[in-house]
Structure formats: C-alpha cells, structure tokens
Write a protein that binds this ligand. Structure first.
Ligand code: PLP
Length: 377
C-alpha cells in the first residue's frame, strides 16, 4: 500500500499503540478519584499534558484535552463569542477554513453575529491588507488556520494577530493549527494567539483526541458542562488511553522532528519534479507546508483518478476527506476553471513515505493518463 493521504489521517505509530495499551491495562483509574488507582492515573495525566504542552511550547495549565480538532474549534469559537458578547458581534474568518470553523461561525451568524469571510487569491493566500481593512472596533473574534488542509498554504497568523493588537480592537484570536502541529515550527505565543486547536490523529496518535490551547488568564466558558474535569473547563472523564497515545506520539515525533520535516520537504520537491512528467498535471500551489501537495489534472474527474489509483494500491484524496464526494469549498473559493477544479488531487506525505513510493504514484498517474484519456476525448 502506498499511502499519500496523511492530511486525512496518519497511521498510528507503535509508541502510541503501546502507550494506549499501558494506559488501559495499568493506568485505567479515573483521574478524578481519590483512590490509589485514581491518583496514579492523575499523575500520569499530568505527565502526558506536560508532554503535549512541551511540544506546543506552552504551559501545561494552558492545555485542555478535547475529543478532536472539531471540538477544539467549536469550543474556541463559541466560547470566545460568548465571552465577548458585550463587546461586539463581529467575527472575521476566511473562506478556506475547515468546516469545523466555518459551521460554528455560520451558527453564530444565525444568532445575529456578523461574519466577514476573507477571500483568498488564486494561490490560496490571504491578504493582510484586506484583513486590516476588515477589522472593526466591534470585532470580537478572528479565526484563521495555520496550514490549509487541502492546499498546504501557510497563513501569516502572527501578522494577523499583530494587526489585531495594533487596531486596538477587543478580538480574541483563534488558530486552527490541526495541520500545522509537528509540521511547522511555531508556538501559540509566537503566533500571538489566544486559542489554538490541535488534533491527535494528524500526528500519528489515534482518532478521538485533540487539545485546545487557552492562553493563561483567559476564562473561556466551557462547551461541555458536568463534573468539572480539566480544571472546570471541559467536563467528561478524561480519555486517558487516547491522551497517553497522543503524548507518546508527540514525544516520539519531537525526537525526529527536524529530520522528518527535512525528509518531507525533499520528498515534496522530488514529487513535484517527478509529477511534472505526467502529461497535463500541474501543482496548484507554490511552497507551503512540507506534507501537502495539491495538484490537478485538468480534463479528468478526480474521483475517477482516485479509484484508478486505488486499484494500484495507491491511496490519496480528491480533496478534504470531510467532503465525501461533494465539491470542495476551498477549490471553489480559488475560482479555478472547472476542468482544473474537477481534476484536483491532494497528495499528503508522512515521514514514512519514500522516493520509490513517489515513483509508483507518478507511474500510476501516467498510466491513468494513457488509459483514461481516450475515453474522455
Ligand atoms: N481542522 C483542520 C485543518 C483539519 O484538517 C481537520 C481534519 O481534517 C480538522 C480541523 C478536524 O479535526 P478532527 O478530525 O480531529 O475533528
């Protein structure tokens, strides 16, 4: 199997599997219980939180575990809006965000908030100038992702945060860093954000675990009410096995981070060179994060290409996995000509991919061109 769908999800690394099993077999106590088993689990939880916070470059108290990136985004956006309700009702985001940001913003719009959605240029880049112009004295929330999940483009979130401070508006800044975590060097403080979302299954941990960075001192209202876990911020007994696995994946990922990022950047450059030999194929973006390469084969249907490649044991995506066959709002926002939009493929790498696998992908796409093209003309 040649797996190039790492932006959808990553294989769970063995360290994470082992840590989850240990947490279930040994540290299965409830961290809120006062008994020995509970105290043991609470001590382990403290360590796991420090591991993930350490990788993010924040303090452990600034990190709350959630069930996924989607929950982190929902919590950040709904919580920030509620917190600042009296200060204003204007939100700025952009047209390329993940649905887990766009949908809570749409819900707030239904409740009477005004949402400005910045439009990208054809390369998927947002304009700082347009952002500055959109800022208003009643802007209470800005939500801009670090790395786009379909394009791999990197937003200058630090500059956006600085513009918010310069404008003197009360906005809290949230960043969906689900695709940036352990793919780019950053810290929430360096980005100047108040809230930042990450997800375990994009960094070789299992699905069902995420985290939200909440800047120290910020009293974000909870999304889930109940027993008051996570310092009263997120109720629900902590998913210790998933958290243990997340921490283990992050610890292991950190150890080889520089080498892994280098490897993926080289692989992406190699893929661009190899895929340039596939007739008609062109990359859709320049530069960007090392793990995401969007390309298009105009005149082809991406779903047909994905199925053709699947028969050769090659796994990639026609766009974000969350779209499930529906046209992607990201490529629609780029205003690509229809044939280019129809032929989009997202290739996404992990450190485990090799140049030989890229060769197999290039051969697969050449074969697709040879075998599918006659039926389309
Ligand atoms: N944000 C981005 C940029 C993503 O790519 C994803 C998942 O694809 C999410 C949020 C949602 O994360 P999760 O699958 O953990 O809910």
């Amino acid at each position: 199997m040649y797996y190039f769908d790492n932006a959808a999800t990553t294989p769970v690394r063995s360290e994470a599997v082992q840590a989850a099993v240990e947490a279930m077999e040994r540290d299965w106590g409830n961290p809120s219980s006062r008994c020995t088993k509970g105290e043991q689990a609470a001590a382990r939880l403290k360590g796991w939180r420090e591991d993930v916070a350490g990788a993010l470059g924040c303090q452990a108290q600034e990190l709350a575990f959630t069930s996924c990136g989607t929950e982190s985004n929902n919590w950040a956006i709904r919580g920030a809006a509620e917190l600042a309700r009296r200060k204003g009702r204007h939100i700025i985001t952009d047209a390329l965000e993940h649905a887990a940001v766009l949908e809570p913003c749409r819900e707030l719009e239904r409740q009477g908030y005004e949402v400005t959605r910045l439009q990208p240029d054809r390369g998927g880049n947002l304009s700082l100038e347009a952002f500055r112009k959109a800022l208003r004295p009643d802007t209470v929330l800005v939500s801009v992702m670090l790395v786009n999940n379909e394009l791999g483009t990197v937003n200058p979130v630090d500059q956006f945060s600085a513009a918010v401070r310069q404008a003197g508006c009360p906005a809290l800044v949230h960043c969906d860093a689900v695709q940036g975590f352990l793919k780019l060097p950053f810290t929430p403080q360096g980005l100047g954000v108040d809230l930042l979302s990450v997800s375990g299954h994009k960094v070789h941990a299992p699905k069902g675990i995420g985290a939200l960075y909440i800047r120290r001192g910020l009293k974000l209202p909870p999304l889930l009410l109940g027993g008051g876990q996570e310092e009263g911020r997120r109720s629900g007994t902590e998913a210790t096995a998933q958290i243990a696995a997340f921490a283990a994946a992050v610890r292991a990922g950190r150890q080889t981070l520089d080498r892994d990022l280098d490897h993926m950047a080289q692989l992406k450059a190699y893929a661009i060179a190899r895929l340039a030999l596939v007739p008609g194929l062109k990359p859709l973006t320049q530069g960007g994060a090392p793990h995401i390469l969007p390309v298009t084969m105009p005149g082809y249907q991406s779903e047909v290409l994905v199925r053709f490649l699947a028969d050769r044991d090659i796994c990639l995506s026609s766009g974000s996995a969350c779209h499930k066959g529906r046209p992607s709002h990201v490529f629609a926002a780029l205003n690509l000509p229809k044939p280019e939009r129809d032929g989009v493929l997202r290739i996404s790498f992990s450190p485990e991919n090799t140049p030989a696998e890229v060769d197999a992908l290039a051969d697969g796409l050449k074969a697709a061109h040879a075998q599918l093209f006659p039926s389309m003309s």
